[in-house]
Ligand binder design. Structure first.
Ligand code: SF4
Length: 492
């Protein structure tokens, strides 16, 4: 591929708008999945309010987590120390992710400015610049990202000015990431804020294009499943942006295409790489289940001019997995599964379950995007996942365990798939076999479908742990709550 147009380089511009305003995203819903799709298409979704909330997620934490996985950068969390209370979990994510990619585990490059009450009155920019200087002296990073917080957002200081001063002095990019937690209930805004910072300040215009390299916007999962899908087309996956160096991120504009494995994660970055740097984005649902994987490969084949190879690969893989897929379908027929996940990643699981002959008992996502940035309607992950069964119960709640437990208790599935580790034990306490897949790429593509089917079968065959937990666990939820409608504390 030749570079036909000059990419647009950034001028000063406002940071990315939150999803609620940009896309009309919501965190409250209870009804049928088909209705959610229809209302999303009609622009008829409204955010509700909760009279009781058990937990809140934070976009600042999500942005910080995304950026602390960059290899040679430092993240300065301009916040009270409490905002870094999840640092141990982030460290675990970084260490496990590096191990999955065959890299030596190390500790996360995160420091906090430790904003205190006094600083909120007298100002904290001096502290910020000092912390940046100290972090650079100690770790010699290629860039510094400053993630903002509720406290730094509320005092409204000139962070940009302080950062510009530090950048001029230190000679490396020092980049503000606008992600104050109070701005949104949707933590996925942190993905957008982190990627927006990379697009605006780190990625450089391409000087050449590599026709074989494909940016794959993904989590920290292992590389193997990506290679399974791209290598037969003669393509090399560039998993971004975790465990990449700043120099590698500068060159994301040189790839032949960008694809994603989860549109919730990839949307803003893939869109930005296409619109700002001319890297075409593949318009397809994520490669989970046969139908979506076929579409994803066809989209990738078309963009990289390898449609024939994509068709050959699709046909060969369908034939190769058919015997075991048929066997799995027979064994799993009639099983009912509940899926809880962030948003599109849950839709991905549902699409794969359909192909395994499993009935969706119900699902719940942590937020819902009625559409995604410039993503074509055929890439609508929920519509794709529920096209055969739009009448399935579906909820949207931002990790409120009480709402999830109410749904699961009512629906009584044979198995629950929980995407987030902090929620895994809840259905298990009800005695319901529960699956958590640590490697986000586990179920990708044709071979992933088989892996997923085998793992589900294994969980269904071995319910001893959950049964034992249910006998011993004391639930904090009363019968009064479990017998109420899941919408009891919701107002629209
Ligand atoms: S940024 Fe705000 S919401 Fe996020 S952890 Fe800090 S105080 Fe909590």
């Amino acid at each position: 591929m030749t570079i036909d147009e000059k990419p647009i380089r950034f001028k000063i511009e406002p940071p990315v708008e939150i999803r609620e305003r940009r896309l009309g995203s919501i965190t409250t819903w209870s009804g049928l999945a088909g209705d959610l799709v229809e209302r999303s298409r009609a622009g008829a979704l409204r955010e509700g309010s909760r009279s009781f909330e058990q937990v809140a997620a934070c976009a600042s934490g999500c942005a910080t987590l995304n950026l602390v996985t960059i290899d040679d950068a430092v993240v300065v969390n301009h916040a009270p120390m409490g905002c870094a209370g999840v640092a141990a979990r982030y460290n675990r994510c970084r260490r496990i992710g590096r191990t999955k990619r065959g890299l030596a585990p190390d500790n996360l490059p995160l420091v906090s400015t430790d904003v205190r009450e006094r600083d909120t009155i007298l100002g904290a920019t001096g502290k910020l610049v000092e912390t940046i200087r100290a972090a650079v002296a100690e770790r010699k990073p290629a860039a510094v990202f400053v993630t903002t917080s509720c406290a730094s957002g509320i005092i409204g200081e000139d962070i940009e000015g302080a950062i510009a001063e530090a950048e001029a002095e230190l000679g490396i990019p020092v980049v503000q990431v606008d992600c104050a937690g109070f701005k949104s209930r949707i933590w996925a805004n942190g993905f957008d804020a982190a990627y927006d910072a990379l697009l605006r300040r780190i990625v450089k215009p391409a000087t050449a294009r590599d026709p074989n390299r494909v940016n794959v916007v993904c989590f920290s999962g292992s590389l193997g499943p990506l290679e399974e899908l791209l290598s037969p087309l003669g393509l090399v996956p560039e998993p971004i942006t975790q465990f990449k160096t700043i120099a590698e991120i500068e060159r994301l504009s040189e790839a032949a295409a960008t694809v994603g494995v989860c549109p919730t994660l990839s949307s803003w970055l893939a869109d930005g790489l296409e619109q700002r740097f001319g890297v075409p984005r593949v318009q397809a649902p994520s490669p989970y289940g046969l139908r979506a994987t076929d579409a994803w490969l066809r989209g990738l084949g078309a963009v990289t001019k390898r449609s024939d190879r994509a068709e050959d690969f699709i046909a060969a893989e369908h034939a190769a997995i058919k015997p075991e897929l048929d066997e799995l379908r027979t064994k799993l027929a009639g099983k009912r599964v509940f899926v809880s996940a962030g948003s599109a990643q849950g839709h991905n699981f549902i699409a794969a379950l359909n192909d395994l002959g499993i009935r969706l008992a119900g699902g719940c996502s942590s937020h819902h995007d009625p559409s995604l940035d410039h993503l074509a309607p055929e890439a609508d992950s929920l519509a794709n996942a529920i096209h055969e069964r739009p009448d399935v119960p579906y909820g949207v709640c931002n990790k409120q365990a009480y709402q999830l437990m109410n749904m699961i208790h009512r629906l009584k599935p044979d198995l629950a798939i929980m995407r987030h580790p902090g929620l895994v034990f809840w259905p298990a306490k009800l005695g319901i076999p529960t699956a958590y897949f640590e490697d986000e790429h586990f179920g990708l593509g044709y071979r992933g479908l088989i892996r997923l089917g085998r793992a589900i079968l294994d969980r269904l065959d071995n319910p001893a742990l959950e049964r034992s937990l249910a006998r011993r666990a004391h639930l904090p939820f009363t019968d009064w709550w479990l017998e109420r409608e899941a919408t009891h504390f919701l107002e629209f």
